[in-house]
Design a protein around this ligand. Structure first.
Ligand code: GLU
Length: 549
């Protein structure tokens, strides 16, 4: 008579290790608190990943435990090599240290629970799958995509729970002899879980954040091992979280619905499951409706967007914490002098339902931050970014530090200040024109100003510049400057303002003149107070630029 063991041996002849062997190889950790960040290697890291890896790391560390990175690449269509380093770099940029992590290049992972890349753990998953086969808790299934599609259509039509269960699983109750026969002739199969769940039966589990959750048992015989011999997420992460001794699975809310299945899988191996923690997903309001921040519709869903646009990473974390953890916000308001790192994560107190991601608010948080820090800090942080993204500008920034700081300092800590820099890119944009070589790369010049505008009149403007530089005195008071300018603009026929302007009498407005000076000096149409800019630039540079018409 055929036994389950024979079938398991036919499917996995190469597997000789047992779960017990693996238990010995990966003993429990000295400090049992352990969490992990387990992204799939898509190269795209969702902004929700930042709050996830921050929370996971912080929670482990505040308990003296371990935090590691595991790459979940069992969907082999995705490229892994470069992505491992990319993810590690992203985490570093957010100041997140990792205790154990994979090193793709030479298989020399850091940590005792390696490999930390799932595709390199194939043999481990097979040990677990073999155990399930031997114990009748899994079975090979040869259902074709067409058969599966037919079932799905039927189930939708008669409105029953979708999935492969009960009579819908044509292979679940085949005799061992039939399975052996089929194994001899057809290698194209998957291994399915034989779920012990009952249709309509309810179960309760605890989520450390959401509390007690009552839901339906899982009845689905989900695929554990695919035809390419790689496991699905469900089996792989169960095996890994157990052998890597994870105590707290802090992960995206979209995984909450699979918890009943995951608990069944742990029970099938007679293993306790880790604590589940599902923080609220980031949502946004779109046309009055709440929806998840999505890669397809929202550029700000991608972490890269924030690097590219020069956001201060610590403020992204802080903002995310305020929306996923209302108690963090409360404590922070009561202790404004403290850093966000000073507040422990208390899972039970985190937000249970949706967290509204308001990009405009994040911009304002960032903006306030950049206006609050000292000029030295602003210089250091901006330089760090420029060294990475704008090396030529960075060289200039390092050459004349006093000049750069003076340029950054214009309108700093004034009412206008918060408007000036929302991101480090704003800082870069507003530094560009202070340097001759960067200024020449900018697109604005007098010719690009609107055709027909009086300031595009070269002869007129050359005369104006000649006169203006004669009287240019950068140490004048505001009043003196105004009185002096008034003389020139009157002489050239410019109106003081819009109200005074009459086409038949004036050739333009003082605003036009200011724009002319701005564009000629800075190759930009937006700058901070122009006289302050000139003062920082110094008379020689100002004259040179004005005369270069
Ligand atoms: N690889 C899964 C994902 O990217 C991770 C889920 C988990 O943390 O368990 O969604």
């Amino acid at each position: 008579m055929t036994t389950r063991k024979e079938i398991a041996d036919m499917i996995f002849p190469e597997v000789t290790e047992t779960i017990q062997d693996l238990e010995k190889k990966y003993p429990p950790r000295t400090n049992p608190i352990c969490s992990r960040f387990a992204p799939s290697p898509t190269g795209f890291l969702h902004i929700g990943g930042v709050s996830a890896f921050f929370t996971e790391r912080k929670f482990a560390k505040q308990n003296g435990g371990t935090f590691f990175l595991r790459i979940e690449d069992t969907d082999q269509k995705r490229e892994v090599a470069g992505v491992v380093n990319l993810i590690i770099n992203y985490m570093k940029m957010f100041g997140i240290q990792i205790d154990e992590w994979p090193i793709w290049e030479n298989n020399s992972d850091i940590g005792n629970y390696w490999p930390y890349i799932q595709s390199q753990r194939k043999d481990i998953y097979k040990v677990f799958a073999k155990y399930l086969l031997e114990n009748g808790l899994a079975y090979p299934c040869w259902m074709t995509p067409e058969e599966l599609e037919l079932i799905r259509t039927q189930q939708t039509k008669i409105k029953v729970t979708p999935g492969i269960y009960g009579n819908y699983s044509v292979r679940r109750n085949k005799s061992l002899e039939e399975i052996v026969d089929k194994l001899h002739t057809d290698k194209n199969y998957v291994i399915r879980f034989r779920s012990p769940g009952e249709l309509g039966k309810r179960m309760v589990f605890e989520d450390a954040i959401k509390g007690s959750i009552e839901t339906m048992e899982n009845i689905n015989d989900i695929v554990l091992i695919k035809s390419d011999e790689l496991p699905t997420y469900h089996l792989a992460h169960i095996v890994d979280d157990h052998l890597m001794r994870v105590s707290h699975v802090i992960r995206g809310e979209e995984r909450l619905a699979s918890v009943p299945l995951h608990i069944q899988l742990f029970s099938a191996f007679w293993l306790p499951h880790p604590k589940y923690c599902h923080p609220a997903s980031l949502l946004k309001i779109d046309n009055g409706n709440k929806r998840k921040l999505s890669k397809r519709h929202d550029p700000e869903a991608d972490i890269w967007f924030f690097f590219e646009n020069g956001y201060a990473t610590q403020w992204i974390i802080e903002y995310l914490l305020t929306i996923i953890d209302p108690w963090f916000e409360e404590r922070q308001k009561a202790n404004p002098e403290k850093s966000y790192l000073d507040f422990d994560i208390v899972l039970e107190k985190m937000g249970k339902s949706w967290a509204l991601f308001d990009f405009v608010k994040l911009q304002s948080v960032n903006n306030n931050y950049l206006s609050r820090i000292s000029t030295n800090e602003l210089y250091d942080q901006s330089l760090a970014r420029a060294l990475k993204y704008r090396p030529e500008l960075a060289k200039n920034m390092q050459t004349d530090v006093t000049y750069v700081k003076a340029a950054m300092n214009i309108e700093r800590h004034t009412v206008k200040d918060p408007k000036r820099f929302t991101t480090y890119v704003d800082v870069e944009t507003q530094l560009n024109f202070f340097f001759d070589d960067e200024r020449t790369k900018l697109s604005w010049n007098i010719e690009t100003l609107k055709e027909g505008n009086v300031i595009a009149d070269k002869v007129l403007m050359t005369n104006f510049v000649d006169e203006y530089i004669q009287i240019l005195n950068l140490s004048m008071s505001v009043e003196e400057r105004f009185a002096q300018l008034k003389e020139i603009w009157k002489k050239y026929g410019f109106a003081a303002n819009n109200a005074e302007f009459k086409e038949w009498w004036y050739i333009g407005k003082t605003w036009d003149l200011a724009m002319f000076l701005r564009v000629q000096l800075c190759c930009a149409t937006q700058t901070p107070d122009l006289f302050s800019v000139m003062q920082v630039m110094g008379k020689e540079r100002v004259m040179k630029r004005l005369m270069a018409m």
